[in-house]
Ligand binder design. Structure first.
Ligand SMILES: Nc1ncnc2c1ncn2[C@@H]1O[C@H](COP(=O)(O)OP(=O)(O)OP(=O)(O)O)[C@@H](O)[C@H]1O
Ligand SMILES: [Mg+2]
Length: 274
């Protein structure tokens, strides 16, 4: 590997052959001996390099993928580029190199709106709800691209997060941190996404609320919606991850199943507090 963007090994990305990072190998799909190939991924941000506007590159040959039915988790230190990777996958910054594919289709040049129409649901790290609107209005806003009846989906969101039904006439800004995150996730679900992307869904909530949110996220995944999420609570998130990525300075530092990363001495020492 080289830092020179003009000398990449883009034709040679199969880590099972080259393992260009020298650390962490992708082994097998959990419970199978199938390799965790990323060419069959439902969503892949493939070898992404780019930054904000004309600024310096934040991402360097960064690859993030999630397979059907999986929960994929991105962890890493503050400023590592986790949110930037999510924004790149969602089309909020233009890549200098690399591509984004959803369900086999190259969506690299699509706008975020067009990606939502393709089935991407994204909950950003900040500003993810309309605080002055009621809970119900937030959910309705989530469904803005739909022309069909949204009531059934709203019922599903209320079934997943019962507290939101009780508070549906209340301004979202009056809710607790954990409840706001439920509104944000619910809003994304209102588009009936094929895939859900969550940037720090448990930020600022207590451990109990975090566990509850994780349970709900697992529940969503079980309905067949693959999930790509960034998490600060690395250990807990990797415990529920089929696939985990440790990002450092915009690069893939370690990749594997959640279990593999939790067992990796170097990952433990550097990112999980031993
Ligand atoms: N809108 C922006 N314009 C320019 N630079 C940005 C912007 N957002 C983030 N950056 C820079 O990109 C780098 C990565 O930031 P990013 O927010 O992706 O990190 P992160 O891993 O999500 O961190 P955290 O754990 O704190 O959320 C940082 O150096 C940051 O200053
Ligand atoms: Mg972030």
């Amino acid at each position: 590997m080289t830092d020179n963007p003009y000398q990449t090994d883009r034709g040679n990305k199969d880590v099972s052959i080259t393992n260009p990072k020298g650390v962490g190998t992708i082994t097998a799909v959990p419970g199978t001996d199938r390799p965790m190939a990323t060419d069959t991924a439902f969503l892949i941000g493939d070898s992404m390099t780019g930054g904000y506007g004309n600024g310096p590159d934040i991402l360097h040959d960064c690859t993030i993928a999630v397979n059907p039915g999986e929960i994929a988790v991105i962890v890493g230190p503050n400023g590592a580029g986790k949110s930037t990777a999510m924004k790149a996958v969602f089309g909020m910054l233009s890549l200098r190199q690399g591509s984004v594919r959803l369900d086999g289709e190259d969506i690299t040049t699509l706008s975020p709106q067009a990606r939502v129409a393709k089935g991407m649901g994204f909950v950003p790290q900040t500003g993810n709800i309309f605080t002055s609107m009621t809970v119900e209005e937030n959910l309705e806003m989530g469904a803005f691209i739909r022309r069909d009846d949204i009531r059934k989906t709203m019922e599903q969101v209320f079934a997943l997060f019962p507290i939101l039904r009780d508070k549906r006439r209340q301004a979202a800004g009056e809710l607790s941190g954990g409840q706001r995150q439920q509104v944000a996730v619910g809003r994304a679900l209102m588009t009936k996404p094929k895939l859900l992307m969550l940037d720090e869904p448990t930020a600022g909530v207590s451990p109990i609320v975090m566990d509850e949110l994780f349970d709900r996220i697992i529940e969503v995944a079980r309905t067949g919606i693959p999930i790509l999420m960034v998490e600060q609570n690395a250990r807990q998130a990797l415990e529920i991850a089929d696939r985990g990525y440790v990002l450092v300075q915009g690069r893939n530092a370690h990749t594997g199943t959640g279990k593999e990363l939790l067992a990796d001495p170097q990952v433990r020492r550097s990112f999980l507090g031993g």
